[in-house]
Design a protein around this ligand. Structure first.
Ligand code: ZN
Length: 300
């Protein structure tokens, strides 16, 4: 009996230890968004403690880091940026807080597409993605690169290289984890490609156009609902409903970080389906498969 209790107790302690996931002396690194944490975890496992700057539910376009996070940064060794809007204003402050911390751009070498935005040729209404980016060349570029497996392969390689440079003692483990992850990414890419193979050119609506790289990779077209980052006005909403009918839209994506009100109104008007699609979910592989399945089902 005593032995049994000892085993249960040991199992519980083990559970607690594995709950935190990292060794006490693991180097601390920061990432901007949750999907990057997933990517770094696949390569580093418990050998690195990965903290996320933009917490679940917050938008990486407008986030303002908390004072406690700035304190946390002071002992971090690496910061993995991804090119989301809040970084433009905050990265210089992060490096001022901790000049020793190395900033690694996970989006380096990735050619970004123009943002899908029905108003992007209207110069009087800058897109919200561009508000903190006065450089006109950056203005309409789509930051949501982490939703296309081939681009994530690229991001993972940057993470691998930075981790190996930071903790060379673990280089072999990082390399083999990375290779496993890349194999899974290839499989995921093939699988989603097969699921959507006969849906080519089909359109779906989405409140905030996060799924541009995903759509582009798998031959679909996303149509944004938000206008300048806001809910469409009544006349714009009527226009969107007409567009949705004309484009034979059957599915409308919403995400937890943005309002679903106008998306629901459009879906009701066209008798379509509203699907919750979180571009910032931690379980990244499962999430992409679920979105692909939702599209496969709705786009018939
Ligand atoms: Zn976004």
């Amino acid at each position: 009996m005593r032995c049994m209790r000892a085993i249960v107790c040991f199992a519980f302690l083990f559970f607690l230890a594995s709950g935190t996931g990292t060794a006490d002396d693991a180097p601390r690194v920061f990432v901007s968004i949750v999907p990057q944490q997933y990517i770094v975890h696949q390569i580093a496992k418990e050998r690195v403690a990965v903290e996320v700057m933009v917490p679940p539910g917050a938008s990486p376009h407008t986030y303002e880091p908390k004072p406690a996070q700035m304190v946390g940064l002071s002992t971090a060794r690496l910061y993995f940026s991804v090119g989301v809007a809040f970084e433009k204003a905050w990265l210089p402050r992060f490096t001022a807080t901790n000049p020793q911390m190395k900033v690694v751009a996970m989006d380096q070498g990735i050619e970004k597409m123009a943002m899908d935005d029905h108003d992007h040729d209207d110069d009087h209404h800058p897109h919200p993605h561009a508000q903190m980016q006065p450089d006109p060349h950056d203005e309409a570029l789509d930051p949501h690169i982490w939703l296309a497996p081939p681009l994530v392969k690229n991001m993972a390689r940057h993470a691998l290289e930075a981790l190996v440079a930071e903790a060379p003692a673990h280089a072999a483990a990082f390399q083999s984890n990375y290779e496993d992850f890349v194999r899974r990414l290839d499989q995921l890419h093939d699988r989603i490609g097969q699921m959507l193979a006969d849906r080519q050119g089909m359109r779906f609506m989405v409140f905030h156009p996060s799924w541009g790289y995903f759509a582009h990779t798998y031959g679909l077209v996303q149509m944004p609902i938000e206008v300048d980052g806001k809910e469409p006005k009544p006349d714009q909403l009527r226009q969107l409903i007409l567009e949705a009918r004309a484009s034979d839209i059957k599915v409308v994506f919403v995400q937890p970080q943005f309002s679903a009100r106008s998306a629901r109104m459009i879906a009701d008007a066209i008798d379509g389906e509203v699907v919750l699609a979180d571009p910032l979910a931690y379980e990244w592989e499962t999430n992409l498969l679920e979105q692909a399945a939702a599209l496969q089902k709705a786009l018939r």
